[in-house]
Design a protein around this ligand. Sequence first.
Ligand SMILES: Cc1ncc(COP(=O)(O)O)c(C=O)c1O
Ligand SMILES: N[C@@H](CCOP(=O)(O)O)C(=O)O
Length: 579
Amino acid sequence: MPTDITTPVGLAVPTTKPQTGSPEVAQDKTHTPSQRYLSTRGGSYGLSFEEVVLKGLAADGGLFIPEEIPTLPQDWQSKWQSLSFSQLALEILSLYISPSEIPRADLKKIIDASYSTFRAPETTPLVSLNEKDNLYLLELFHGPTFAFKDVALQFLGNLFEYFLVRRNKGKSGKDRHHLTVVGATSGDTGSAAIYGLRGKRDISVFILHPKGRVSPIQEAQMTTVLDANVHNLAVEGTFDDCQDTVKALFADPAINETLRLGAVNSINFARILAQTTYYFYAYFTLLKSESYKPDHKIRFVVPSGNFGDILAGYFTKRMGLPIDTLVVATNENDILDRFWKTGRYEKNAVHGAEAQGGIPADGVKAHEDGVKETLSPAMDILVSSNFERLLWFLAYEYAAHTGFDDEWNKKQAGQEVESWLKLLKSNGGFNVPSEVLDIARRDFDSERVSDSQTIETIKQFYANPQTNGAAGAASKGGYILDPHSAIGVAAALRSMERASPSQTYHISLATAHPAKFANAVDLALKDEQGYSFDTVLPAEFVGLEKKERRVRSVPRGAGWEGVRTIVLEEVEAELKGAQ
Ligand SMILES: Cc1ncc(COP(=O)(O)O)c(C=O)c1O
Ligand SMILES: N[C@@H](CCOP(=O)(O)O)C(=O)O
């Protein structure tokens, strides 16, 4: 086992073949391997989709993944090309969910209900941002909270409800299965989860956000929802502190037993799964466009923080969607970009004066905790949860070169992931062997975009008259990008230097509506003639900040135990109130 962070780690060779458990689902012939789940740390095996969705995090602290990534059915292109977003979602999700768990007709109802709340008829429209350079934007923000998280969280909310209604049929009082959802947010997951779960029976939802570090609109979106089952906690600290607290709660068997915790963050595999649909949908939309040329390659560029969005893209590539490369686009919190550049995954890069809380030359403030406060706050993340899932696949592929059987390779990947994560915890980082980095570079490329480049990109596309998009509705006819989407577009422009636009389509993911980030958008466009933020503001946001709020502060020293006490108290009070 690797023990230090300076030497690249290699896969340890166990002397005996590891044993794997085989619970009922593994024996059940109605579940294919892509419909059975395991933990990235090797501890759990053969779990059902329902168990995975309701548990969220594995008992060994790992994340759930399917035992196999499914391949696409024969003729998928001709069969799926004319499907609507919801129809497509049904086909894709059916590959991961056995009909013996959710009958197809029920899954269809859940999906249809989830996407009926979107404002755009296409659900996730693809717009041309610059026709000459084959640059497209996939608008993912037409759901209830104006961010890409709605695509997965509308679905997850309905899925939780479906499982609970089924479990609670004919039951009353304490016999009912009550789910306590706990989630961490840097702004968007929180509101999307709250809108997906508000008022739902048998579910309480607790959302932890870093106090003062989400945008004013995001804060208002979350805290103005007054349904009794919604609980907002403003934590003094960073997003990573919130995420660590959530993980600590999941690791506590006592609270899990008492409250039955559920996850809404992308640690919940259903989140990743629901996000795969829009990669397929974008592909088919491009295929139907007049400018499509079959010999051109396709690159998806994804503004990344917790690595959930781009991981969904990785799944689609592995399933067989013809994606040339997935481009990871980070802000100045760049752990992912540094990994692809060096093979080292390390929490805190050396920021010099910045690490002491000083203001560096580019004006971005770094806190003592290492997180930089950027103009794209939803991506101000030190450690990316879903990277663990990718690490598993990389370690698995590397292990497969050893010539042992598949079961051994899977177990080996779990052990390797566990040892890497131990090093991350104890030493703040780890290196992967060069062969593992090569495997990672085969599918991914990466870019880091600074705040000043983000602002420049917003300006550039506001002035661009070629756009046919709907989001910005700017008076000049240009496009108003939100800062996160601008990071994607800036990265796409750089990617074009390596993959010529004359032979490549770049599809950049627009992850939020610009109105959620007035600060950055105003900073970029305030001097532009004819610009007014009011033209960007959707009716849904007008007056939101003046509405009544409910939120509880969590002081810095409270720790996860302090949050546990709050959660226990508030669930008890909520259930009493409901009687
Ligand atoms: C607007 C926005 N863009 C991008 C991201 C990054 O996505 P991911 O965490 O899935 O990498 C987030 C948050 O996660 C976000 O809210
Ligand atoms: N940017 C996210 C952070 C949480 O990410 P998740 O995808 O794991 O839920 C947010 O907006 O909260």
